[in-house]
Design a protein around this ligand. Structure first.
Ligand SMILES: N[C@@H](CCC(=O)N[C@@H](CS)C(=O)NCC(=O)O)C(=O)O
Length: 286
């Protein structure tokens, strides 16, 4: 085999390995610089970026606001992961794992730090009583699919997306391996959505809110420029579900928060009130 690699006895990081994100990846954790986090006027403070993991939380908050839950008002501060903001001391105090999204709830005597997007979704669902049913069987189904997403998405993003779109070269072995897995996952979703309206059953839930920004966006052709390569048209049930969720007002609002790329109307770098999103969406062409 050409370019065969023999691993050394002990791995050390000698140089950047190339590719997008290479300059921020290091094999250690913790703060790299001092930087306090800004705090806005609402009890809920979100520190995030509008990637699929970030979108989960802003969609959830916008869904809660759409239901009239006023206490779900939030400040969403941009953490630019390409500028290493996730390694600032304030952010690391909230999330020692240095990944967006992270949330601080200041509604109590002591602030509550919440990190991991799945944990944030469950926290908000339990705090406000929506999108996570109390019925034991229905709740188990939502949890099944929420945990499914958190075990599966790293293969789609860190595996398929990384090697298909971001790696410095197109390496056949990992592209084959992760394309196989991404397509298998899409098939799992397609078979489930042949039976149910939403992922976990008849009701829209945090499972849909978690899965849509990854797999919904993939079948809508918004991820990695890979719609044709993955033949997304063939996942008819996932497409039907993805299009349906794409039409929700809260989804249209939440998916553009903490985002500084794309069209002008889909960029809301920071959100401190509903007007920030209204102003961006008003620029959308008819
Ligand atoms: N399991 C985590 C994953 C979060 C994650 O991977 N966030 C990425 C952006 S989508 C990040 O912050 N990357 C920055 C880095 O790796 O330094 C979650 O669901 O919250």
């Amino acid at each position: 085999m050409a370019n065969e690699y023999t691993p050394p006895k002990v791995w050390t990081m000698e140089e950047e390995n190339g590719g997008q994100f290479a300059s921020i990846n290091r094999p250690d954790s913790g703060a790299r610089h001092e930087k306090e986090l800004p705090v806005g006027e609402h009890p809920i403070q979100l520190y995030s970026m509008g990637t699929p993991n970030g979108q989960k939380v802003t969609i959830m908050l916008e869904e809660l606001l759409a239901l009239g839950v006023k206490d779900a008002e939030y400040d969403a501060h941009l953490i630019s992961i390409l500028d290493a903001d996730q390694f600032g001391s304030g952010f690391v105090n909230v999330n020692p794992n240095s990944k967006i999204p992270a949330l601080v709830d200041n509604s109590f005597l002591e602030p509550i730090n919440v990190f991991e997007s799945g944990s944030i979704l469950v926290y908000l669902a339990e705090k406000f009583g929506y999108f996570l049913p109390n019925d034991f069987a229905a709740r188990a189904s939502v949890m099944n699919w929420l945990f499914w997403l958190h075990g599966s998405a790293p293969y789609l993003g860190g595996g398929f997306g990384h090697f298909y779109a971001y790696a410095p070269e197109k390496f056949e072995y990992p592209i084959n391996r992760f394309t196989m897995e991404a397509k298998r996952q899409l098939d799992v979703l397609d078979k489930q959505l042949a039976k149910t309206k939403y992922i976990a059953g008849d009701e829209y839930s945090i499972a849909d809110i978690a899965i849509w920004p990854w797999y919904g966006a993939t079948v809508l052709g918004r991820m990695y420029d890979a719609a044709e390569f993955l033949d997304v048209e063939s996942y008819k049930n996932v497409r039907r579900w993805a299009e349906q969720i794409d039409q929700r007002e809260a989804v249209k609002r939440g998916r553009i928060v903490n985002r500084k790329w794309g069209e002008e109307w889909e960029q809301v770098a920071e959100r401190h009130s509903a007007a920030d999103i209204d102003q961006a969406l008003a620029k959308r062409p008819e």
